[in-house]
Structures are given as C-alpha cells and as structure tokens.
Design a protein around this ligand. Structure first.
Ligand code: TPP
Length: 630
C-alpha cells in the first residue's frame, strides 16, 4: 500500500501540493524501500535513511530541477533518487548497468552534480551560483554537506569565497555527528556545542523577529531592542563561525521534522546572501540496527532486515586487515611507528592499530591533503609515519605527496588500500590511477605483492627504506595463506621469476600474478610456452630480471589491474625503449575510460585480465601466432 504511494511520484512536482501528513507517510514508504533494497544490494543505507525528510523537504520547498540541488558525495541521496523518477529501477542499485550508488548526471536531470569524493558540493554550488549571477538567471542553489565533509579543507576554501561573495546560496549542514566513524576534530566539537545551544538560537531568533516587527519609526523601543540584540550577539549569543564568515545562520533544525524543515527551507531561500541551515539528523533513522550501529551500517553489504545481521560467507581476512595487523606486530618493537587515517579507521582496518596503540594513532578527518603533509612533518621529526589511504582518496593529496613528502625525500609509508578495481562503488572510487600519478615523482618507491604474505614482507621492508614508499594492496579478501610465517625480507627492488617460457613471459604486478599462472596452465595445454614473473616493484623496476626475460622469451606481456596509461606496463615500455631492448611488448591493463560500478570479476573478464582473457590475448596476438605456426 505504501509502495503504491511511490508509484504516484514521477517527479517532485507530484508531491508539492501534498499535506505534511501525506509527506510523513511518504517518508515511511521511502524508508521501507531503502531498507528492503539495500538489504539485497548493499549500499549507503545509514546516511540515506538520515536524509529522507531532508530530501522530501528540499524537493518540496525548491523548484527542482530548475533550482539546483547539490548533494555532497551523493551517498546519502537514495531518497532523492526515489523522488526523482527512479523508483522502478531502484532494485538495480550498484549493480552492473543499474543505478549508481552515487549521483550521475546521465541518470537524471535532477542530478546536477556528480561526486563520490567528499566536500566538493560547496565549490560546485558557488560555481553554479556565480554562473547564474553572470548570466542574469534566477534559479536557486542549495548544497547539502555533512558534518564529516566539513572537516575537509576544500569545504573551507569554498566557504571563504561564498561568505565574501554575498551570492544567494543555501548551504544545508547535515549534522549527524558521524563521518563514517564518529566525526573528529575541533570543528566537530564546535558543531556539537552549536547543537546543544538551541535555547540561545531560539532566543536570538525571537529577538530578531521582534525587531523585524517593530516599525523603523518605532524610535526608542527599537533602539533598546537593537541594543539588546547587540548585547545578545556579543555576550549571551556569540556570533557563530558561519555568521562570522558572512552567512546567515538558521538552526539547529530537527532534520526529521518535515514541518520544521519545510518552513526553514522556504524562509532561507528568500534571504539575500549566503545562508547556512544547520540540520540535525540521525544516521540510520528509522531502522534500529542502523541507528544502533551507524558505523557498520554506513555502507554495508547485504543484510537480514529482521536481525540486522550481515550476510557474509566466511572468508579469509582482508588485505586491509593483514596490513593493519602487520603494523601492530611491527609497532611493538618500534615506538617510532605512527599511523594516520583520513576518516577511515574502519575501512582501512586501522582500528586494530588504534586499539593497540591509541596514542600513536591519528584520525585527522576527511583531510587527505593535511594527512600527507602531517605525515611528512612526523617523518621530519624522526617518527616513521604510515598513512593508509584508499588509492582513490590519495588523488586529493597529490601536491602534498610531491611537494611535502617526495621533494624532501621523507620516509613516509603510504599504505595504498583498494588499489585496483573496487566493484559496486564504481567510477569515482576505482583505485587504478595511483601508479601513473606516483611513478612520475622522484624518490618514491612503489611496490605491490602478489598476496598477503608478500604484503607483510614488503611492509616490514619498507621501514628499512630511507625514502617514501607506496605499498599497494587490493580491496577484499586475501588468499587465506599462513600468516604465522616469520617475516622474511624481500630483497628490495626485486621481482620473482615464477615460470620460464620461450613464447611469451607475462610480467604481472599484484594478485593478478595468480591469473597469469592460471593462464599459463591453459596455454601450456595448447602448446604455448609461457613464462610468469611476479614483478613486485614498479619503482625501482627490476631491470635485470626484465632483461633476462626479454632474452629468453619472444615477447613480454605486462599485466596490471590499473590504467595502462602511465601504469606498470608503461614503466616496462620505457625501460625497453631506453635500454633499446627490441622485443614485442603488449600491455594488459585498463583502458582510457572511467569504469562504472559492476563486479570486479566481470571487468577482469571484459578487459581480458583474468586467466581466460589472458589466454585469449595470447592466442590472438599476431606475433605470437606467427611464432607458434613456425
Ligand atoms: C575525499 C574523501 N575521503 C573519504 C571518503 C570516504 N567517505 C565516504 S562518506 C564519508 C563520511 C562522510 O561524512 P558526512 O559528510 O558527515 O556524511 P554522512 O555519511 O554522515 O551523511 C567518508 C569519510 C570520501 N568519500 N571522500
């Protein structure tokens, strides 16, 4: 019955004459669909349950899509999707060729801005508002940004400009006091204070309303009131940070009260100049397990609705887990080891380290740029910092890596988590560019083991290096190998020649080494002689090993789960070119296009990076065909 209600909504204009009671029913129906769908598909349920009323109120109060509604990150916008004509397709969320888990301009005209990474919404909103002003247009612009996203420098860079510009723009702060983990930092504490001072805000609003009601010619009464307001501003009610920056401040507002939200949003859009609407929401609102375990329900896989238990088949520990556990093991004997996360203690599994060595663990919030330079500072001060960060989020800290870490050749270890394809999060989250952007920078060394045993060995070895090291490892479960073996160091900069073969040698980086070995089995059965090298290092390259393979084999096939452009294979090409090694080299990797959400195995097959795909490549590769026919 309630789902039928959603059938009635083709676009937000369908709800703009509904009563609050009807909208409340709609909120319940939206929640039900979000819970039932994410229980199957997984996804960002916690954040999206928290913004159901906000999404309704925004589409109710604004004339979308003419007015521009921008969601930061876009992970909290499932209700927005459902209100903007995507109810029927919602079951395809995060599946191959289905709806994206984030917003996509090609998916809907209501998705005016795409993201995936945090804290871009205010800059985007300022851009759209400025374009509107320059083109003398009249649409309204509202951006929704979380308290977590507000920990990023980029948000403050935008506020710096917006506050001065005096442009008409509404910034909705969606404050649930959570990032993925509980939010951190001085500003987060400040928001908590602001939240807990509703009496002040109310008093201030009341005085201001009173003032507005007094006619200008009200003479002495008005003067007295003005003075009262002034006193209140400077004594009882200190102007808050947003006001100091040039915004009008409305709040705090109950983010689950449709009446309050609609009234404040209608008001805010009539105000001249930039406005902050401070909305208090609860992550996971309306689904008890998500309310009680908001961290776990930030972006879980499938779960059982009744019990709130995750549906997981037993599997070996993740690479992130092994990385963090190894850090804990090493840190016992090394008090100089310190660890940094940028708001991802759970995802990176650094919470293991946090538990073991709380005083040597730093969560800096969504602040990758700061994290990288903070690490550089720690290294300059004699510590051995490890910044574990998803490949995709390290993109944001590129200048800090180049200018602060590598230029000063400081021994910072970057644990590059989620290196490779990531699956359901899609294009904005693929970890497939870091080799290209890091390889160009002097001093940094880049490695990736074929499995978790090598990850441990490489991590131990990285602490002996006097240079920055980037140690890559993928998302997901390890191979389940024995982790109790003693940490045997890998001679730095060396690859491993696993199999010899005179037709072609596959030179593979990372866990795809095992795909190469499986491809070899298929091809050997067909009469090809296929070698396999586990490259381990992108930088320095094991050129001695490559030279020997080139002398033995008729061709080289490089293999990586990374963009071909500028990647590991490119490094091999550059070596062959510079060393004048005349050998056909084929690069297997990812094409020059953004790769959407979909299972990793699907893409490995599509781009011929798995065993069958590699075998197809070798069979169809002209120079090899010729040699096989000879
Ligand atoms: C640059 C960047 N770093 C890290 C992340 C991972 N991440 C996704 S959502 C999130 C928490 C965001 O918190 P907040 O803005 O308060 O939104 P909420 O999920 O609480 O609604 C984080 C850290 C990201 N998307 N982008």
């Amino acid at each position: 019955m309630e789902e039928n209600m959603l059938d009635l909504i083709q676009s937000p204009s369908d709800i703009r004459n509904w009563s609050v009671a009807q909208l409340e029913k709609l909120a319940a129906a939206l929640r039900q669909v979000i819970i039932e769908t994410t229980a199957q598909t997984g996804g960002h349920i916690g954040a999206s349950l928290g913004t159901v009323e906000l999404a309704i109120a925004l589409h109710y109060a604004y004339n979308t899509p003419s007015d521009k509604l921008i969601w930061d990150i876009g992970h909290q916008a499932y209700a927005h999707k459902l209100l903007t004509g995507r109810y029927q397709e919602f079951g395809t969320l995060r599946q191959l060729n289905g709806l994206s888990g984030f917003l996509k301009r090609r998916e809907s005209e209501y998705d005016v801005w795409e993201a995936g990474h945090a804290s871009t919404s205010l800059s985007a909103a300022m851009g759209m508002a400025s374009a509107r002003d320059l083109r003398k247009q009249h649409y309204k612009v509202a951006a929704v940004i979380g308290d977590g996203a507000l920990t990023a420098g980029m948000a403050w860079e935008a506020m710096n400009q917006i506050g001065q510009s005096k442009t008409n723009l509404v910034m909705v702060v969606n404050d649930n006091s959570m990032s993925i983990a509980p939010n951190v930092g001085a500003f987060s504490h400040y928001l908590t204070e602001l939240r807990s001072a509703p009496a002040y805000t109310r008093m201030k609003q009341e005085v201001e309303q009173l003032l507005d009601a007094v006619p200008v010619f009200g003479g002495s009464i008005r003067k007295t009131l003005e003075r009262t307001k002034d006193v209140l501003h400077h004594a009882v009610i200190p102007r808050n940070v947003f006001e100091e920056l040039g915004f009008k401040y409305y709040g705090p507002v109950d983010g689950h009260s449709l009446t309050d939200l609609i009234s404040v949003l209608r008001n805010a859009q009539t105000v001249e100049g930039p406005v902050v609407v401070h909305v208090i929401t609860q992550k996971g609102h309306g689904y008890l397990p998500a309310e009680q375990r908001p961290g776990e329900f930030h972006g879980p896989g499938p779960f059982e609705i009744e019990s709130g238990q995750f549906i997981k088949k037993p599997q070996p520990p993740s690479y992130s887990h092994v990385f963090s556990q190894t850090l804990v093991d090493l840190a016992h004997g090394h008090p100089e080891i310190v660890v940094i996360t940028a708001a991802m203690p759970d995802g990176t599994k650094l919470d293991l380290f946090q538990k073991a060595f709380p005083e040597r663990f730093f969560d800096v919030g969504i602040a990758e740029q700061h994290a990288a330079t903070f690490a550089a500072g720690l290294a300059a001060g004699g510590m051995r910092p490890v910044f574990a960060v998803y490949s995709t989020f390290l993109q944001r800290a590129y200048d800090q890596v180049v200018h602060d870490v590598c230029h000063q050749d400081l021994p910072v270890i970057f644990g590059i988590d989620r290196a490779g394809l990531v699956g359901a999060d899609g294009a904005t989250h693929q970890g497939i560019y870091d080799i290209s952007f890091l390889r160009a920078v002097p001093n940094i060394e880049i490695a990736m083991g074929k499995d978790e045993q090598e990850l441990r060995q490489l991590l131990a070895g990285a602490f002996d290096r006097p240079h920055p090291v980037a140690l890559r490892y993928p998302r997901g479960a390890t191979r389940g190998l024995d982790l109790t073996l003693p940490l045997k160091p890998i001679p730095w900069g060396t690859g491993e020649w696993l199999e010899h073969g005179r037709d072609v040698t596959i030179v593979a980086l990372g866990p795809v080494v095992y795909q190469a070995l499986a491809a070899r089995e298929i091809l050997e059965a067909e009469g090809y002689h296929v070698g396999v090298i586990n490259a381990r290092f992108v930088k320095p390259l094991d050129t001695a090993l490559l030279g020997a393979a080139a002398a033995e084999s008729r061709a080289l096939l490089t293999l990586e789960e990374h963009a071909v452009a500028g990647g590991f294979g490119s490094a091999v090409n550059e070596w062959a070119n510079a060393a004048q090694v005349a050998i056909p080299i084929f690069n297997a990797g990812l094409p020059d296009e953004f790769i959407d959400h979909g299972a990793v195995d699907y893409y490995l097959n599509l781009f011929e990076l798995n065993a069958d795909g590699l075998a197809r490549r070798v069979r169809n590769w002209l120079p090899l065909k010729k040699t096989a026919e000879r």
